[in-house]
Ligand binder design. Structure first.
Ligand code: ZN
Length: 214
């Protein structure tokens, strides 16, 4: 089932490894398909070496429909996002370097460029800490994701969402690049904010676009 979308997830995980957005066995991705089924990456495999057969099909409540492997331990996080936000069709979780710096300092990523607001909806919040794989982490992430396309997980990594997996990947790329810009700008000692009216304008545009299916 869903052979093309499984291939797409495999390609995305490879791309993330090549671009330094994720590495090794870390990170996971999912796509929501019809009837509230979800395609999701397995646990414990090197993500850039996966094959489409490794991808599982699960129900939105977590029952395995197809697949031999165990689903990622972060399955509760993915499913809680789909249950809470109907417009979200794909979720990517990664241990990207600069966003992880902010995860460890537990510092939200402010809207440093207009491009960033277009993709994320504004400041990327840090969800309260909870252990990886827990329902509590899923709840905290859902809360911090309101009106945004991304969230930082305290002392852990980042989650990027989109109406499609391509959009989720774009969001992840922009968040990691923005985190890099922000961290480097802070090291230089000066971070100037965008005018408030520009931030509000871009936020409105984002919500208009993002709350509709692509
Ligand atoms: Zn993780």
């Amino acid at each position: 089932m869903y052979e093309d979308l499984k291939k797409k997830i495999v390609e995305v995980m490879k791309y993330m490894e090549e671009r330094g957005l994720n590495y090794g066995r870390s990170g996971n991705a999912s796509i929501r398909v019809e009837e509230n089924h979800v395609l999701i990456t397995p646990s414990g495999v090197v993500k850039s070496e996966m094959s489409p057969d490794d991808i599982l099909v699960v129900s939105i409540d977590g029952d395995i429909i197809e697949g031999e492997r165990n689903p990622t331990v972060e399955m509760p996080l993915h499913l809680a996002i789909y249950r809470s936000y109907r417009h979200i069709g794909a979720v990517i979780h990664a241990h990207a370097l600069y966003t992880s710096v902010l995860a460890v300092t537990r510092e939200p990523l402010p809207p440093v460029t207009e491009e960033m607001i277009m993709y994320t909806g504004g400041e990327v919040r840090v969800a309260d800490y909870a252990p990886f794989g827990s329902e509590e982490l899923a709840e905290n992430a859902v809360k911090a994701l309101e009106n945004r396309a991304a969230v930082i997980l305290a002392n852990h990594g980042v989650v990027a969402c989109g109406r499609s997996i391509d959009e989720a990947l774009e969001v992840l790329t922009v968040v990691e690049r923005s985190a890099q810009i922000y961290v480097l700008a802070k090291l230089m000692g000066r971070v100037h904010s965008l005018p408030e009216e520009v931030v509000e304008f871009q936020k409105k545009l984002f919500l208009k676009r993002f709350s509709k299916p692509s």
